[in-house]
Ligand binder design. Structure first.
Ligand code: NI
Length: 221
C-alpha cells in the first residue's frame, strides 16, 4: 500500500529547504547504491557527512517526529538518517529494488528496510515521476511524502526540465508484516475519527483503543 503523507513540511518550508540544498555540493548518486542499483542510477546525492545534509536531515527528522499520520502509518522502530537526491535534465533511476539491510553510518547499527519514503522538496521540473511496482507515476507537492513498501520494484522517470530534489530514507517498522501494519493503520484512523465524534472517554472508543494497543503488543517485534 502506498500512503501519501501530506505536509510533512509546510510547502514553503520544503521549497526553501530544496532551494537551499540546490546550492550545496552534490556527488554521483551511486555512493549509496547496492550493486544491482548502480547500473540503473543516474542522479546526484548530497554527501551524507556534509553540513548541508546534516542541516536538512535535522529539519526532516523533527518534522517526522511531529507527524501523527507518518507515525501511525509506519510505526517506526528505527528511521535511517534521511538522504537527499537530485535529478536534472537527462537523469533518471531505472527499475530497482532497495537493499533489504542498511547500516546506519552514525551508529553502525543494522536497519531492515520495511518501508521506503520520498519527501518532495521542489516542484519546478518536468518528468521525474516515481513509479512503484508498475503503478501510475507519482509526483507530489513540495512538503508531501510518499510512503511505500520497500519490497516494491520502482523507478524514477527521466527529468526533462528543471531540478527534482527529494529527501529519501527507509524505515524499520515495529510491525514487520505489511498486511498487519496496514490493518493497524486503518484501525487507528477509524479510532481517531470516532474519538472526534464521540470523545475519548466513550466506552466503545476505549475498547477499540485497547484492541489497537494490544495488537501492537502482540505483533511488534
Ligand atoms: Ni529506490
Amino acid at each position: 500500500m502506498q500512503i501519501v503523507v501530506p505536509e510533512v513540511l509546510p510547502r514553503e518550508a520544503a521549497l526553501a529547504l530544496g532551494c537551499g540544498l540546490a546550492d550545496a555540493e552534490w556527488v554521483d548518486g551511486n555512493v549509496t547504491s547496492g550493486e544491482g542499483a548502480a547500473l540503473a542510477k543516474r542522479n546526484r546525492q548530497l554527501p551524507e557527512a556534509s553540513a548541508a545534509a546534516a542541516k536538512g536531515r535535522r529539519v526532516v527528522q523533527q518534522a517526522l517526529a511531529a507527524s501523527p499520520l507518518f507515525l501511525s502509518a509506519a510505526l517506526p522502530r528505527a528511521i535511517y538518517p534521511p538522504l537527499f537526491n537530485r535529478y536534472g535534465p537527462g537523469e533518471s533511476f531505472g527499475a530497482h529494488i532497495d537493499n533489504a539491510i542498511r547500516i546506519d553510518p552514525a551508529s553502525g547499527t543494522q536497519l531492515r528496510t520495511d518501508l521506503s519514503a520520498t519527501l518532495f522538496l521542489t516542484e519546478d521540473y518536468d518528468g521525474g515521476e516515481l513509479v512503484i511496482a508498475g503503478g501510475s507515476g507519482q509526483r507530489l507537492r513540495a512538503g508531501d511524502m510518499l510512503l511505500y513498501p520497500a519490497t516494491s520494484i520502482h523507478h524514477v522517470t527521466e527529468v526533462t526540465r528543471g531540478e527534482r530534489i527529494c529527501c529519501f530514507f527507509w524505515i524499520e517498522s515495529l510491525i514487520r508484516d505489511s498486511g498487519a501494519r496496514e490493518m493497524l493503520f486503518d484501525l487507528d484512523q477509524s479510532i481517531q475519527a470516532l474519538t472526534l465524534d464521540r470523545g475519548g472517554d466513550d466506552g466503545e472508543v476505549l475498547r477499540l483503543t485497547g484492541v489497537y494497543h494490544n495488537l501492537v503488543r502482540r505483533w511488534s517485534s
